[in-house]
Design a protein around this ligand. Structure first.
Ligand SMILES: [Zn+2]
Length: 591
């Protein structure tokens, strides 16, 4: 999505201020909406071309290699069998309240199935390799490529010339197509993304000077109304940044607050994104900025190493989201990062509102179902709309039903239930928006908290070591208190380790470190121990007491520093010698 070059790029996002708040000239919303729905149609049309292409490829394969598809089916069947066994084991564990990997028979069965699957996958791979050497197959495949390439070209022409889909947006759609798997269609829900590409790039100062014909930026002082307790209490002057984006022959103007300036670099893309927040739609403007020199901060430390162990755990002090261990000037320092209680409150508030909404929804639904039962046969127009009511899960569905019913028609004896429904619906809209704004506030504050932490680290340490594992598969750190294990997913939601990692990486020069056993290995004696759930741990080999998150961070730090010692990153001899010295010293310090 960042164009052809691989320059370091970053995305900067700003919320477009609602038209009702700031009446700065105009952006033609209907025009933008039309583009969004065109984008969606174009996306789906491309999906159907791709599906036809994939089908044609599979027909071709079956024709030339009849065994290939059959083997695919066999592999799929084996996958299902393996999954079934795992599901069995999971159920056993649930019943026995234990964790184990199944009985001996089950383990052997899984092993055998996996071996069989490996054999087939291997055969399939060899088959594929021989296909790519088969001139007939390759030639017929390239014919298919041409045919479907031509359909795509025709489609692009249709959308750009006849339907008026703007240029940057169709590029964006083409690049967002999922080419690897069987692609699925997207239904249009009013959300989406419009794109502008600036070939050659535009710098912020060029845009501000109005020198570019595609993107201009201006600043405007605007009187914004202030409300106190719901009443208008005057106005306040605020300065807005306004971006003028060229669309066909006009400019679309979008006002937003800019809390910090864009970093130096050139703007390659602008995205205009429409999302649903609560029951309202919002627009967000994003700038993709590229900078060949990277985005290094000015206040980076020149030396020092630090490792951060991500995770989430309830401790006495609060919700721990990370533990860091650092080494600088011959000193070993470490500490935990705890999410401030005030921040968690925003999250809890949003969750509380959610649970109130769920409760209200359940009781409203029950009330309606009771009414339907009492009422006896309903007119078809109403009963059709109500079919499957007991399975309705979303409050927006029930809301839409309420509003629809209030205009669709009357039924004898509906006045009480209809009034209850409408009251519930308007309260739910209010709560829904409140919940969304609370959640948004929480995310903004949490990310700022992480940015501050990252700023402190980068001023003190030059190198950050992070684990090389995939955060999506990250271990779930059990809480010391078993009763609260169900809260783990809530903690994960609050902490979002992936976000913390991303912010740290953006702020610091970082290196990846092998993470295997980094939590199980004792950082003092380097022997692997089986950890129980507790935070404070005494090593069974050397008797040293440590906090398990400190242990994880210290291991990453030691590994990072000694990996550099082996010359893994081609550093010069002086630095290596220094690091070797430091790492030895650190080992002693930690012990
Ligand atoms: Zn030990």
């Amino acid at each position: 999505m960042f164009g052809n070059d691989s320059l370091p790029s970053r995305i900067y996002s700003y919320d477009v201020v609602d038209k009702k708040v700031v009446r700065i000239s105009s952006y033609d919303a209907s025009l933008l909406l039309k583009q969004l729905s065109l984008c969606n149609n174009y996306y789906n049309d491309l999906v159907s071309v791709r599906r036809k292409e994939l089908e044609a490829i599979s027909v071709l394969r079956n024709e030339l290699y009849p065994g290939y598809a059959a083997r695919n089916d066999e592999i799929e069947a084996l996958n299902l069998k393996i999954e079934e066994l795992f599901e069995q084991i999971r159920k056993q564990n649930m019943q026995a309240k234990k964790k184990n990997s199944g009985t001996k028979d089950q383990k052997n069965a899984i092993k055998a199935l996996k071996a069989e699957k490996t054999k087939l996958v291997h055969q399939q791979r060899e088959q594929k390799a021989s296909m790519s050497n088969d001139a007939t197959y390759v030639e017929r495949l390239s014919v298919l490529n041409d045919v479907y390439g031509a359909s795509r070209k025709a489609l692009r022409k249709e959308y750009s010339r006849n339907k008026g889909l703007a240029w940057g947006s169709y590029l964006g759609i083409e690049q967002s197509q999922d080419k690897r798997v069987w692609p699925s269609y997207r239904s249009y829900d009013g959300c989406g993304r419009l794109c502008w590409q600036f070939q050659g790039g535009v710098t912020w100062s060029e845009a501000c000077a109005g020198k570019d014909t595609r993107l201009k930026v201006s600043v405007k002082e605007v009187a914004v109304p202030i409300f106190v307790g719901g009443k208008l209490a005057g106005t306040k002057s605020k300065s807005f940044t306004i971006v003028h984006l060229k669309y066909k022959d006009t400019f679309i103007q979008l006002p937003f607050f800019m809390d910090r300036p864009l970093p130096s670099g050139v703007i390659k893309w602008c995205y205009l994104i429409r999302r649903k927040v609560g029951t309202k739609f919002t627009w967000q403007i994003q700038f993709v900025v590229s900078n060949g020199l990277g985005f290094a901060k000015q206040d980076l430390a020149r030396d020092g190493d630090v490792a951060v162990d991500y995770g989430w755990r309830k401790t006495e002090k609060g919700l721990r989201c990370a533990y860091w261990a650092g080494y600088k000037d011959g000193r070993f320092e470490h500490g935990e990062l705890v999410i401030p209680a005030g921040l968690v409150d925003y999250y809890i508030k949003a969750r509380d509102i959610r649970s109130i909404r769920d409760k209200n929804f359940d009781s409203m639904k029950a009330q309606l179902m009771a009414w339907v039962d009492e009422q006896g046969p309903l007119p078809t127009w109403l009963s059709q709309r109500l079919s499957g009511l007991d399975k309705w899960k979303s409050s927006s569905r029930l809301r839409n039903f309420a509003w629809w019913w209030s205009i669709a028609g009357k039924v004898e004896g509906d006045s009480v239930i209809l009034k209850a429904l409408l009251d519930w619906a308007s309260q739910d809209v209010h709560l829904h928006n409140w919940e969304s704004s609370q959640r948004k506030k929480f995310i903004v504050r949490r990310d700022n908290f992480y940015r501050n932490f990252a700023a402190k680290l980068r001023r003190f340490f030059a190198t950050l070591y992070v684990e090389n594992s995939d955060l999506a598969k990250m271990k779930v750190t059990p809480t010391p208190d078993k009763e609260h294990n169900s809260a783990v997913s809530v903690y994960r939601d609050i902490v979002s380790p992936g976000r913390l990692m991303q912010i740290l990486k953006e702020n610091m020069h970082h290196k990846k470190v092998e993470a295997r056993n980094s939590s199980k290995e004792c950082h003092v004696c380097h022997k692997v121990t089986e950890l129980a759930d507790q935070v404070e741990y005494t090593c069974e080999h050397c008797g040293k007491k440590w906090d398990r998150d400190l242990n994880g961070a210290a291991n990453l730090l030691l590994r990072g520093m000694s990996c550099d010692r082996k010359g893994g990153e081609n550093e010069d001899a002086y630095v290596l010698e220094h690091k070797r010295h430091a790492s030895n010293e650190l080992c002693q310090k930690i012990a």
